[in-house]
Ligand binder design. Sequence first.
Ligand code: APR
Length: 262
Amino acid sequence: MEGVLLRRAAELLGSARRVVVLTGAGISAESGVPTFRDGLTGLWARFDPQQLATAEAFHADPDLVWGWYEWRRARVSRAEPNPGHLAIATIQTRVPGSAVITQNVDDLHERAGARPVIHLHGSLFAPRCVAAAAHPAAVEETTDDELAQPDEGRRMPPPRCASCAAPVRPGVVWFGEALPEEALTAAVGAAAACDVLLAVGTSGVVYPAAEIPGIAARSGATVVQVNPQPTPLDQVCAVNLRGTAAQVLPALVTAAWGETDQ
Ligand code: APR
């Protein structure tokens, strides 16, 4: 990666009053959590999203869908935040008021110390009643048995809601579903008010999340992308850093603020 580009991005970051970091599956790739669209390893190369990530799929076969999300939750529970997650938490402490917006349903940003984190696509750790989102649903502790699941997961009947006995569903946003309003409003507001937006590890093809860098750019912010591959976001970016999150972000933080204990 060109030193000139890294220094440019570091200057922008180091003098920023408000930063937004928007992340996608790429930030968790180096923690062993598969992305969605990367070649053969991406989840959607191995599993049919229509069969697993829609409300229709859950109604048609709740055991298949619940089992698959429990498998993903078990994998995330085994994963650790990587230096990219840690660098983002450092940015949030270095530039108070900065927002971390993620499309990811894992909890690796929080485990790296980032607070608050806006989850646009929900979370694997917030299951809820399928009939009434207001009904509390407990997150079951991940058992060793589940952690030892075969690589494609196995069918598991979803638990029942304690209030109305309806099935409990994963707390993620499925294809065809609206994003949580509060999260989307907060994300759009943060993007419109920031002066630097970092887009990290997202393919920029899923809307409305992919709209956020454009909102920041149109509001006068400078957009910087971290991704080993080009994406449709390239055109709204002033700087494209071609590298992985765990390599580029710590280097960026060090270039912006000198050695930190990240
Ligand atoms: N560091 C940085 N970027 C990476 C890395 C890495 N180590 N590895 C892969 N990438 C990049 C890829 O080049 C790709 O552009 O991360 C991006 C991952 O893209 P997707 O798999 O499409 O993930 P994402 O953009 O988060 O998908 C958006 O789609 O399937 C839905 O709801 C799901 O939130 C998800 C949404």
